[in-house]
Design a protein around this ligand. Structure first.
Ligand SMILES: O=C(O)CCC(=O)C(=O)O
Ligand SMILES: [Fe+2]
Length: 342
């Protein structure tokens, strides 16, 4: 399932007619960049921006006003556009021109974001070598597509099957599907099952070793090649719909539930009660997941069961309902703090 594949098209190799050479913007069709052996649907555009633009963006990130930086235990970040609230974006109208330019560039893509869902929020993460982000789903607050521009360094973005709560938990490595090698200056667009069902994360490593589960491995990188990470800055560019119907309905349901069955702990839309015991939560989750639809995604191994290893930190919530960004998460991992309830 994960045989090495041919190289992807490269934005810098796009063929230009002489007429087009005078046109500063090349219209790319995102669907020409589908990563075929990855969970559907990942589109990856190498060299989406050039080195000069990369340098300019890194300069802007580095020189953002000091209070824009939020320091976490294992990385620092900036939020632009506002605070992602539970139901909508609480916009601060702060999208700077240098990020708007990137949003424009993404909006120029054919089959990218719909006009009505222009990205309105940018999360900037800075990872020093050895830093990463725990496996998670981005959740339903966003229009279900994420676009990420990588600057400064490559990384491996790892994909996992969600934890199926109705069976004995598989280990994280059993649920591992494969990784995208994200090169600096690239753009990745993640939607459909890869967004809604799979978890994604970045391991805390200083060096990545190319292996056979890298989706669309470039032919110049043979298995075993070591890639040393340097500082990577990612621009995670998303749309928070202001009329998010899902969240509206979920909110309504919750209100009704709160009125009619205040003490019913098994309702899907209940918030986690910080005082709930772990056992109670497990029970609730099990019931919640009885109605969960089965995810049809490729698996790395054939269903080997086992207890999740102690010390593994990852979101185990139903990604359709709860995620790091959906504020119901019970994780104590500090790297998720920036998107917990504010
Ligand atoms: O840095 C990245 O590429 C991933 C960031 C991410 O997954 C997130 O902020 O939700
Ligand atoms: Fe994410």
């Amino acid at each position: 399932m994960f045989e090495p594949t041919t190289e992807l098209p490269d934005a810098s190799n796009a063929e230009l007619s002489s007429e087009e050479l005078n046109v500063p913007r090349i219209v790319l069709n995102a669907d020409d960049f589908i990563v075929k052996n990855a969970p559907p649907t990942i589109r990856y555009i190498p060299n989406f921006i050039d080195a000069e633009m990369e340098e300019y963006l890194l300069f802007q990130v580095e020189n953002a006003p000091k209070p824009k930086w939020e320091f976490l235990k294992n990385r620092r970040l900036q939020n632009w556009g506002g605070i992602v609230g539970k139901k909508s974006l609480i916009s601060d109208n702060s999208m700077p021109q240098w990020l708007n330019m990137m949003i424009d560039k993404i909006m120029d893509l054919e089959n990218g974001f719909p006009e009505s869902n222009r990205p309105n929020h940018v999360l900037i993460n800075e990872y020093l070598p050895g830093q990463g982000i725990m496996a998670h789903t981005d959740g339903p607050a966003f229009f279900p597509m994420v676009s990420t521009i990588s600057l400064g360094s490559h990384t491996f973005l790892d994909f996992y099957e969600p934890i199926a709560v109705d069976e004995e938990a598989k280990t994280k490595s059993d649920r591992y599907i494969g990784s995208m090698l994200l090169q600096p200056r690239s753009l990745i667009l993640i939607k459909d099952e890869a967004y809604k069902i799979c978890l994604h994360g970045i391991e805390e490593r200083e060096t990545d070793i190319i292996h056979e589960k890298i989706f669309s491995r470039p032919s110049n990188l043979s298995i075993g090649t070591q890639l040393k990470r340097s500082t990577r800055v990612s621009l995670t560019i998303r749309n928070v719909p202001n009329d998010n119907l899902y969240l509206f309905v979920a909110g309504l349901k919750k209100k009704t539930t709160a009125k009619t069955a205040k003490t019913d702990a098994t309702t899907k839309d209940d918030e986690e009660d910080p005082d709930d015991s772990d056992e109670e939560k497990k029970g609730n989750k099990k019931k919640k997941n009885e109605t969960k639809r089965k995810a049809k995604i490729p698996t790395a191994k054939n269903g080997k069961k086992g207890k999740a290893k102690k010390g593994e930190t990852e979101i185990t919530e139903d990604p359709d309902l709860r995620s790091r960004d959906d504020y119901g998460v019970t994780t104590k991992d500090e790297s998720m703090r920036h998107l917990t309830k504010k």
